[in-house]
Design a protein around this ligand. Structure first.
Ligand code: NAP
Length: 392
């Protein structure tokens, strides 16, 4: 048996999305003596880059090429179709690796908690996003008799689904849309998307670039009620929100709509019930400071109110924050940082931030792993086996 300090550190990373692969990158880039196994539940790697980023955002999707280069390193192995917490248990991994990094992301959705949200035709935007990205577990969407869609939420996912619903299918020619989705979008009867933001436009979470893309859609009018915009950006409004307000003011000042398809952006408007008998017919909303009640026609309701991490058997999880508790990226188990267990990405930070944020986060997590290296190698006298025996 080799002396512990002479051997490579064996690290398992659970989840091969951007956070997991960036962590593998940081651990193996210029650090000799680290071997990484990435374990991925789905049949393909890249997580939300593959199954979350909109299929017409080709420049973001192209980041997959640099992630693939990491997977191609001789010190990195990828195992797909391996579900930790059911098929392979956390204890198995802890026995077979010096360190385990949880990069399990946030692929579940949050509920609105209003009556009627479980009616047929009311679902999460994350389901719709999975569908248009060809996720193997996605449910199908038939849009051929869907005219009006209500999207609840004012984040970038809400704008992504609004854009895909209203975009001329011909303009999606180069997008990475699976053939069955392209057929469904060509057969779509959607003419109106109502996006509901519960707060004012200065508080919207979406970015100006994504908002501008709605305005740039061919054959689509963007409808904004000028009375919902502040006369001036309030003091302290961040630059992004100021740019959003400028775009919204321009659309609010535009004349009568002329196009067949419309994106209605409603601010200070929140849903209080999804109405219908067997399926969705409308959304009951309250608006403004006087809480005036109104109805919006809807054949489809997509709640886009954020992602959520799921608890995984054997991995500490805070039900309050829906994240893995950590101290300097080391998982906190039974109130103490657990030697050899780390967390990274949305599973640790919660579901916010663009792709690049995961790179710096992964570098920080890798630093903690590498700082523990000597202690991790000293903990055991044997050479850990890796997962191969469990996979037959
Ligand atoms: P998000 O940015 O957190 O936005 C969630 C939205 O839902 C907010 O407007 C929030 O309003 C609203 N909301 C929450 N609970 C609600 C409720 N009960 N009723 C009504 N509205 C409610 O989430 P996301 O859009 O899912 O995006 C997740 C992350 O991925 C973000 O960091 C985003 O920037 C990123 N992303 C980026 C891109 C891109 O760069 N193109 C694309 C997709 C996603 P409040 O603000 O009032 O809470």
């Amino acid at each position: 048996m080799s002396a512990p300090a002479d051997r490579a550190l064996r690290v398992a990373i659970v989840g091969a999305g951007p956070a997991g692969i960036y962590t593998a990158d940081a651990l193996t880039f210029d650090t000799g003596g680290v071997q990484v196994d990435l374990l991925e539940r789905l049949p393909e790697p890249f997580g939300l880059l593959r199954f979350g980023v909109a299929p017409d955002h080709l420049s973001i999707k192209s980041a997959a090429a640099s992630l693939q280069e990491v997977l191609d390193r001789p010190t990195v192995r990828l195992f797909t179709g391996v579900e930790v917490g059911t098929q392979v248990m956390v204890d198995d991994l802890r026995k077979r690796y010096d360190a385990v990094v949880y990069a399990t992301g946030a692929d579940a959705d949050r509920a609105l908690q209003v009556p009627g949200e479980d009616l047929a035709g009311s679902t999460s935007a994350t389901e719709f996003v999975k569908w248009y990205n060809g996720h193997p577990e996605a449910t199908d969407f038939d849009l051929s008799s869907t005219r009006s869609v209500v999207v609840v939420g004012a984040g970038n996912v809400a704008l992504d689904v609004t854009r895909i619903l209203l975009k001329d299918p011909a303009a999606l020619r180069d997008a990475l849309v699976p053939p069955h989705v392209a057929d469904a979008l060509r057969a779509s009867a959607v003419t109106a998307v109502h996006l509901l933001a519960r707060r004012g436009p200065e508080h919207a979470k979406f970015s100006s670039k994504e908002l501008g893309e709605i305005g740039a859609l061919e054959g689509v009018d963007v409808i904004v009620d000028p009375s919902q915009l502040p006369a001036e950006p309030p003091a302290g409004t961040p630059p992004m929100a100021k740019r959003n307000l400028a775009l919204l003011s321009r659309w609010a000042d535009a004349g009568l709509p002329v196009s067949a398809r419309r994106a209605h952006l409603h601010f200070h408007t929140r849903p209080v019930a999804v109405e219908g008998v067997n399926s969705v017919r409308a959304v009951r909303v309250v608006r403004g400071t006087d809480q005036a009640e109104g109805f919006l026609d809807a054949d489809l309701v997509l709640r886009s109110v954020g992602y959520r991490s799921r608890a995984i058997d054997g991995i500490p999880f805070s039900a309050v924050t829906a994240t893995i508790p950590h101290d300097e990226h080391r998982v906190v188990r039974d109130g103490h940082p657990s030697l050899g267990e780390y967390a990274v990405g949305w599973a640790k930070r919660g579901p916010t931030g663009i792709l690049g944020r995961n790179r710096s986060d992964a570098e920080d997590t890798a630093q903690s792993v590498l700082a523990d290296r000597e202690r991790l190698l000293a903990v055991r006298s044997d050479v850990p086996d890796g997962i191969d025996d469990l996979l037959g």
